[in-house]
Design a protein around this ligand. Sequence first.
Ligand SMILES: Nc1ncnc2c1ncn2[C@@H]1O[C@H](COP(=O)(O)OP(=O)(O)OP(=O)(O)O)[C@@H](O)[C@H]1O
Length: 318
Amino acid sequence: MIATESLSKRFPRVTALDRLSLDIGPGVTGLVGANGAGKSTMIKILLGLSPATEGSARVLGLDVRTHGPEIRERVGYMPEHDCLPPDVSATEFVVHMARMSGLPATAARERTADTLRHVGLYEERYRPMGGYSTGMKQRVKLAQALVHDPKLVLLDEPTNGLDPVGRDEMLGLIRRVWTDFGISVLVTSHLLGELERTCDHVVVIDGGKLLRSSSTSDFTRTTTTLAVEVTDSDSHPDGTGALRAALAAAGVTIHAGVEDGLPGAGHILLLEAAGEETYDLVRDTVAGLGLGLVRMEQRRHHIAEVFKAKDQEEVPAR
Ligand SMILES: Nc1ncnc2c1ncn2[C@@H]1O[C@H](COP(=O)(O)OP(=O)(O)OP(=O)(O)O)[C@@H](O)[C@H]1O
């Protein structure tokens, strides 16, 4: 879908993109980076709106330097900032955008109605957009990016300014752009965590440089850490302590887990699972001690933890 080769963009005082090489396939891809990392610059280059200083980029196989108009015909774009005229309705605006991208009048009206319904705008679509909430405006911006049935959409910070519920709804809509319509998505965010559920692939950039590009499942791979919680009993008033001692004696590695220090963390035992037999051993040991097993589950890493761990590694030893 998108391929860049040593792509750089230098402004007089800042290097916004620094020799970035990427290969992004179909599906939902997140482009993550702090404010100023170079995300918007990247999108403008991919749309053929801003020339790169060095390197090359292709979108849907088309060279951004020479095929900007063709790319913009086939790709939808949701800009970061508010760009909606306040005096027109969502319907009027999206029909206009559909006509601009070449759809005949009837098709433009039909596609507009379908797309606005898809993003969850119903009666309000006939009212002037000046009175819309941020969430409604973001939905109109998404609709105008989808109305001409592109192969790919580039969404610049679509959850900006939304409250947690609005954010979740927007992320759900974005996911469905791919699952329901087969339109690939490149979505930017400065929040790593929110892309975890939405994206198949995550690209992280920092100061214009590529930090990491991998599938979300690699980021959040299932670890072999088991979290075990047990009840206390009359003979073992500290059930967790008794289980810890018994499992350690049986040769199980017990972790000082990420949850240490959190309220209630003392009651959760994190241990290394060597395979199926560890589950059996835990179950039998809990039963042998006469404790109740509250839960036993495999732990997954969250993307943010991967970076937290990395930051910790980078703290110089004293
Ligand atoms: N036209 C420009 N002239 C000079 N510097 C620019 C220009 N556009 C962007 N920059 C700089 O390039 C860097 C990357 O900006 P960019 O807007 O791509 O970041 P971003 O990751 O999209 O962040 P944000 O989410 O805050 O927009 C920043 O340091 C920015 O100040």
